[in-house]
Design a protein. Structure first.
Length: 134
């Protein structure tokens, strides 16, 4: 398979950004139930990618392991109907999905800015769905 020029440029841009992210000082403290913009990158195959120049995507913090590492679920506005997607309304009342099949452990260095904190009831539903699929 030949890599096209656009895809190659995306990977080069992501690699440069990833280096800057890795060496940055951090002062962010994401907590469970919070939704943040995070630099997820340009990934491989069906792995969910970030968007824009920061390769960012909203994520839900499912678990904080420590001050440096979190377990997150990516969020998308492209609604899909399958067993691995959980529909919910975001803080603007718009329908989004959480893609449970894309559960990912990430460094706190990837976090850009907090969006809002999800309510307890919805978060509990998502955790139950996650448990049932694992």
């Amino acid at each position: 398979m030949q890599i096209d020029k656009i895809l190659a440029e995306l990977f080069v841009s992501w690699t440069k950004l990833k280096i800057r992210i890795h060496i940055q000082d951090i002062a962010k403290f994401p907590k469970e139930r919070e939704i943040w913009w995070a630099s997820l990158g340009q990934n491989v195959g069906v792995e969910i990618n970030g968007k824009n120049e920061k390769f960012e995507r909203p994520v839900l913090v499912v678990k904080t392991y420590n001050l440096d590492s979190m377990l997150v679920l990516p969020i998308s506005s492209k609604i899909k109907e399958d067993d691995y997607c959980f529909k919910f309304l975001n803080n603007n009342g718009e329908e989004n999905i959480i893609n449970i099949s894309q559960l990912k452990s990430v460094s706190v260095k990837r976090f850009i800015r907090k969006i809002y904190k999800m309510d307890n009831e919805k978060f509990a539903e998502i955790k139950e769905k996650l448990k049932s699929l694992l």
